[in-house]
Write a protein of this length. Structure first.
Length: 233
């Protein structure tokens, strides 16, 4: 699509746009399509996706239901378009993982990865909510999107674990890919249930610290330093 709305706000990212009949719309058509996606994202932030109606999206976008159907077959297709952007948004996480894991710098990297993942999930919370629900219900389209969304960071983690094993004698009995998958599952579930944890008195800062320690140990085989890393290290 031409631009992708991030959930909870109206920021968008450039990409190819296609109308419902597979034609490439012009500039005004792309703007209308993007506005419909932004409106869908805004409604997901305050309404169950099953309760959203096309007339609601059209009204939010200041257009008509007929215009919506020019670009999307149904609401699910619009949500799938939004979800397609999750993989691109996760590229930054892979870059963080590929940072230095040497000595104390590795502890800083671990914190940056966990904080980056929490921010990523929060920006896309309402889209992930739909993706996770549809995945649990067996919708292979959403399952594939979820896998692609988390694939970049999973592969990056597997790579750095393999590299760490090759450079030292620590944790050589760990399967890099399986370990990466477990770590990403941990991060996704903690981020998804963040507010539930907070309700039970677990501060977000503590959730970040606990995950960073597990991540640091899984990659370096070393006990993490005491306290959080200093910013700017």
């Amino acid at each position: 699509m031409n631009e992708r709305a991030r959930s909870g706000d109206s920021r968008v990212v450039a990409g190819p746009a296609v109308a419902g009949d597979r034609r490439i719309p012009g500039r005004r058509g792309q703007e209308t399509r993007d506005r419909l996606l932004v409106s869908t994202s805004a409604l997901l932030a305050k309404t169950s996706w099953r309760d959203i109606k096309i007339i609601d999206i059209a009204k939010e976008a200041n257009t008509s239901p007929a215009t919506f159907y020019q670009y999307f077959e149904n609401i699910e297709q619009a949500i799938l378009e939004l979800a397609e952007g999750l993989a691109g948004d996760a590229a930054r996480l892979a870059e963080l993982v590929q940072g230095s894991w040497k000595t104390d710098q590795g502890w800083t990297t671990a914190y940056q990865v966990i904080e980056g993942f929490m921010d990523y999930w929060e920006r896309n919370r309402y889209i992930f909510r739909v993706v996770d629900l549809a995945t649990e219900e067996g919708d292979m389209r959403f399952r594939g999107l979820r896998t692609r969304a988390l694939n970049a960071i999973t592969m990056a983690l597997s790579s750095v674990i393999s590299q760490a094993q090759a450079e030292s004698e620590v944790l050589t009995d760990l399967d890099p890919m399986a370990t990466a998958g477990v770590l990403v599952a941990m991060m996704a579930n903690v981020a998804a249930h963040r507010y539930g944890f907070e309700f039970w008195g677990m501060r977000t800062a503590s959730l970040v610290d606990s995950q960073a320690r597990l991540l640091y140990w899984s990659i370096t085989g070393c006990i993490p330093p005491t306290g959080s890393p200093k910013r700017g290290e």
